[in-house]
Design a protein around this ligand. Sequence first.
Ligand code: ADP
Length: 598
Amino acid sequence: MSNKKEKVTLKQSLKNNKFILGTAFKSAPGLCIMRLVTGFLTGLNHGVVIYLTSEILNALDRRESFEAILWKIATMAIYLLAYQLFYSWHWKQYNPKRKLRFIRDLHKRFFVKASQIDLSSYDSPEFYNDFVYSMETCDKSIMNTVDTLAEIIRCLVASVSVFSVVMSVDWIIALVILGFSIASMIIHIIENGIWYKYEQFFSKIWGKDWYISRFFSLADYAKEVRLTRISENMKDEFYKNKTEERRLIIKRQREFLVLNVIGSLLNITENAFIILFMSYHLMVTHTILIGGFAIAITSASKMRGMFAELQWRLAEINKQSVFADKVRRFLEAEVKIISGERELHSFESIEFKNVSFAYQDKMVLENVSFKINKGDRIALVGYNGAGKTTITKLMMRLYDTTEGEILVNGVSIKEYRLDMLREKIGAVFQDYKVFAATVAENVLADVYTPDKEQIVINALKDSTFGEKLNALPKGIETELTREFYNDGTELSGGESQKIAIARVFAHNNELIVMDEPSSALDPIAEYNLNVGIDKNARGKTVVFITHRLSTTRHVDMIYMLENGKIIESGSHDALIRDGGKYADMFNLQASKYKASEP
Ligand code: ADP
């Protein structure tokens, strides 16, 4: 995470917090209302306890009957018991139970949103950061906002109730207490400002520390640490960093010291004034009772505490609004790839008509036109970055074209139901992924049931994973990756690629896209894989993206791309005969093979 502090205006802060509260109330109205009610009652409790205590003291002072005093004590005991029962029920029973339900439902909502957002959203680093942050912290940040609001209500209600009780004793002392509380709050605000100012320097220092610690502990740097003198530089940097940290701490503490002295002087003055003033009225003018004296003394420290808390809670809600903003942007992110209504039952053809496409501002495809009919096998070839993968992403409607259109069975791709379109396509991506699940679940990309055993095994055999499968401890039920299980199996790059290919073989897709399917395989596995592809893709439409000319030789049509344009197309033989760029690429590859022959 960057150290850059993000700031929001008050208006934005209110808007963000309103949004988050709305989200929380929509997801769990009972939980939120109860949380705010608890804040209110806890605040009120401060005033009630002071009032009831003073009533007992006053009764004693007035020498009321023992029975009358007993009633007052009993009233207070019943009140305290009722309050405590409610408090315990809320925090030990209701809140934890409802909070878990809230977290579960909220995560579900976030998962659905995450799987719906456009792939293009991942291309914006800013959105991507918000997205990751929102997913990781949604429950905490949303609940924190409700909690902070409840605490603000508590502080406000406590301050008002305590102030009212003091007012009932003496208005001068009430105003004095209020004045001193505001002064002490201002000191806290200044103190916070100092924290904030220094935190910015410290986060830079700690960032450097963290990097240097990783430098010495991570395997990635182990070779450089041993072979070069870079570690000396790192050590010097570390000492310099620590010296700077020490200098800043001393400077900061000096500023705090001044504030602490002022704060303590204010407290002493306030207490001395209250004691003198109240003693005078208690002993000389006899206008107050001992209960009033007690109220004034207790209320002063209560009010100071509440005002101090109020200011940091308000600062907290402002800080949280930066995070609330990320959650809001994520939840409000507009989905641009909207599903059509038309059903797609079979796949007859796909046609690109003058298609151009740009990722944000960068044009990567220009005026691309071609048509693939059912059962065709085509290959997209060209150097890295030519736009081959982008073409396949457009076929799956992971992105929409910037210009031109794509027709499926002669109808715009946008008119079809997205789920039906994507169901028809099976893809092995270049950056294939293996999930933390069993081999069978990875192949099916779905829940495994025993009736699917043969489908899974056949798919794995055809993707040349058979030998490895025999060596796995629990066969197709072996857990992959160590994310969840310490004894989970980690696969090599080539083995993972075979799992990804088996995923396509296990599904009856009508259009198969294979983006460099053999990039991580050795030549023998590649040969066997081609046999597997032949078997599984018989009668299906296949789009290969490949540099391997062993594949392009056998396809019906080759499209050679350069800088986002189709520059040549035809069969392998025709393109070799033409002697263009494809022929150059092929001859270069063939000559390398020949040169490496013994
Ligand atoms: P190929 O498959 O031919 O190697 P791609 O279709 O993956 O090429 O990429 C074409 C161009 O688009 C490249 O210049 C690549 O850097 C760029 N590109 C690919 N994906 C993105 C993306 N998500 N955001 C921005 N640019 C991208």
